[in-house]
Design a protein around this ligand. Structure first.
Ligand SMILES: Cc1cc2nc3c(=O)[nH]c(=O)nc-3n(C[C@H](O)[C@H](O)[C@H](O)COP(=O)(O)OP(=O)(O)OC[C@H]3O[C@@H](n4cnc5c(N)ncnc54)[C@H](O)[C@@H]3O)c2cc1C
Length: 418
């Protein structure tokens, strides 16, 4: 059977946040794009389900009405106003994202199951410039001197689409990265996580603070409890793969043991019910700069290892990198220049200029988390000092301030109350 042939300007593999972000902005720039996803939406994705301010920022830039829709449905997109840190010694610290909040202030973040969030993004993708194939099986990706073609089957038909550029937005273990970069990723820059959905957990913060519990046995990883709409919660653990391997940790057992026995967690689960099976997935971390593009291809989101090494945030970075890829192609398409040199300058360099410092600070913070005493020390001090709590609060929005956290002088100052 001969394949249905199509030409387009950009092929996007993957319709998660990275692919959706790229498609939104390509369509905005009136650039024809074809999106191919193996899944049929709505589809699940193992995640903590917490969307940060960066997610809101990209959605707002793509279309202000979409963010208004999100903010107007707090029952479905649960607004989150802050973060609770629990130090290895069990002491907790509530850090509001907006310490000087007024009734007009919009919540910087929100939570909802990825099944629903990704479907929301997916529902916004159709446009006269975007053609979507979901439930498609890719059989080959081939590159010639000037083009890339993707062969796939969809609803019993064979297709072949060709374009001068392909965006790999197909997540961790993506096939575009494998095809073009021929690598399997560095094990040091990888974390593994488990996700469990519960209902009936008590003691949640009235302003839906997300909770990070830095339990001694999980450092430099943590256990999270993130409130979700309709009285549910996403509970999970995320730890560096090398730590899991070296210490032979059984993540599932460790998470369930903390839920059952930890004195500050267990009572809150007394009447809680697990409502879905516990599932795991990998987090490719942005620990160090790496190549994100080459001749005729660009990688975005997890396919480009852009998960924040400290917070585990990957949704915002996936959307953001998709947006930057579209911006790079807005320049590259008229110039017909899809060379590695041009894409590095227009995409990699721009992305690292905007996010590189954030990644570096987070990588340092993640290394500091290996020292429980340091963590306990900061939380103990912040517990007693409102000004230190306010400083940490501002660190969520101010990168210059957050950088202080990674410097020895910060700890020296709080040690001597300077
Ligand atoms: C346990 C865990 C907890 C996390 N918690 C958070 C959190 O709370 N907040 C946060 O911001 N981030 C979190 N992350 C990270 C976040 O989930 C990812 O960074 C984010 O999903 C990346 O988006 P993406 O679009 O790059 O990839 P994905 O969301 O994985 O989407 C990739 C898409 O590509 C498609 N695809 C894959 N292979 C193919 C193929 N061969 N052909 C066609 N299509 C294909 C898939 O079907 C999928 O739709 C967490 C991750 C894990 C594992």
């Amino acid at each position: 059977m001969s394949a249905v042939q199509k030409q387009t300007k950009v092929i996007i593999v993957g319709a998660g946040p990275a692919g959706a972000g790229a498609s939104f902005f390509l369509s905005k720039y009136e650039i024809p794009n074809i999106v191919i996803d193996k899944a049929t939406f709505p589809r699940d994705k193992v995640c903590g389900d917490a969307c940060s301010g960066k997610t809101a920022l990209v959605i707002n830039r793509a279309n202000e009405e979409w963010l208004k829709e999100i903010l107007g449905k707090p029952a479905d997109f649960l607004p989150s106003w802050g973060i609770k840190f629990v130090a290895p010694n069990g002491k907790d610290l509530d850090i509001p994202f907006s310490p000087n909040r007024t009734p007009e202030t919009k919540a910087p973040g929100f939570t909802l199951p990825r099944l629903d969030f990704d479907n929301f993004l997916f529902s916004k993708m159709p446009s006269p410039f975007c053609t979507i194939y979901q439930g498609a099986t890719i059989s080959a990706i081939e590159k010639s001197n000037s083009d890339v073609s993707v062969k796939f089957s969809h609803q019993g038909m064979e297709h072949e689409v060709t374009a001068p550029i392909i965006i790999g937005a197909d997540g961790d273990k993506g096939i575009v990265r494998k095809k073009f970069m021929n690598d399997s990723g560095s094990p040091k820059a990888y974390a593994v996580g488990l996700r469990a959905y519960y209902e009936g957990i008590t003691g949640m913060h009235p302003d839906n603070f997300i909770e990070l519990h830095f339990l001694p046995e999980m450092l430099p990883g943590y256990l999270w409890i993130f409130p979700l709409p309709h009285g549910r919660a996403n509970v999970g653990v995320g730890i560096l793969s090398e730590v899991v391997r070296d210490k032979k940790i059984n993540l599932r057992e460790q998470m369930l043991a903390a839920i059952k026995n930890n004195p500050s967690i267990a009572p809150r689960f007394a009447n809680a019910k697990l409502i879905d099976k516990i599932q795991g997935w990998g987090l490719p971390l942005a620990m160090e700069r790496q190549s994100l593009s080459g001749d005729n291809y660009i990688l975005c989101g997890d396919a480009a290892s852009l998960v924040d090494p400290f917070s585990g945030e990957g949704i915002g970075n996936a959307l953001y990198s998709g947006m930057l890829a579209a911006m790079a192609l807005k320049d590259a398409i008229p110039a017909n220049d899809f060379s590695a040199r041009n894409l590095k300058e227009k995409y990699d360099d721009v992305l690292y200029k905007r996010l590189g410092d954030e990644f570096k600070i987070s990588a340092t913070l993640q290394r500091l988390c290996r020292f429980p005493w340091l963590f306990n020390f900061v939380v103990n001090k912040a517990y007693k000092s409102k000004s230190l709590r306010d400083t940490i609060s501002c660190m969520f929005t101010d990168m210059d301030l957050r950088e202080q956290l990674s410097k020895p002088s910060f700890y020296f100052k709080i040690l001597f109350n300077k």
